[in-house]
Design a protein around this ligand. Structure first.
Ligand SMILES: [Zn+2]
Length: 167
């Protein structure tokens, strides 16, 4: 997805393309500043137990009815780990301990995030209760996967099913 910005968010002046720090960027002649388009960062959390992985069913589009790893967007003033813990709690009712960074996945499809940070986590408290944008929550074994959505989730789950994800 391309995001266009036509006006300076500080002064409202029309931005014009100008080469700055190695690439063409929207530039405000009034503020004498380039406008850096914010990177939308999301987190996903891989929680496995007894050879099963915790998935959430999407309540809304995109991907309504399909399943994904719990996760969501990182707020602009929020640490990624805190976002991961918050999103898992909102969607599944479970409190997790983030154990490790698994990988960072740049955008490779028309998904809503520009950058996805994937963590491995362990459940420390709570009872499963679907909430927020999750319609259902469940544990799934690698040979009984439901229909999946979102490239980063599918890529991680495929690695896990191949025995190549050290969670
Ligand atoms: Zn300006």
């Amino acid at each position: 997805m391309t995001r266009e910005t036509n006006f300076c968010p500080t002064c409202g002046n029309t931005l014009r393309p100008l080469r700055h720090t190695g690439r063409e960027r929207p530039y405000c002649d009034s503020c004498e500043m380039p406008y850096y388009i914010g990177t939308k960062v999301a987190v996903i959390v891989f929680i496995s137990s007894d050879d099963k992985v915790l998935l959430t069913q999407r309540r809304f589009d995109p991907g309504k009815g399909k399943w994904a790893l719990p996760g969501g967007f990182v707020d602009h003033d929020e640490a990624p780990k805190a976002a991961a813990i918050r999103e898992v709690c909102e969607e599944t009712g479970l409190d997790v301990h983030i154990r490790k960074l698994l990988t960072v996945i740049p955008k490779q499809d028309d998904g809503m995030a520009d950058l996805v940070i994937a963590y491995g986590a362990t459940v420390v408290a709570g009872q499963i209760r679907a909430g927020d944008d999750a319609a259902a929550v469940g544990w799934f074994s690698s040979d009984a996967m439901p229909p999946l959505v979102f490239y980063p989730c599918i890529a991680l789950i495929n690695l896990w099913r191949a025995g190549e994800l050290d969670v």
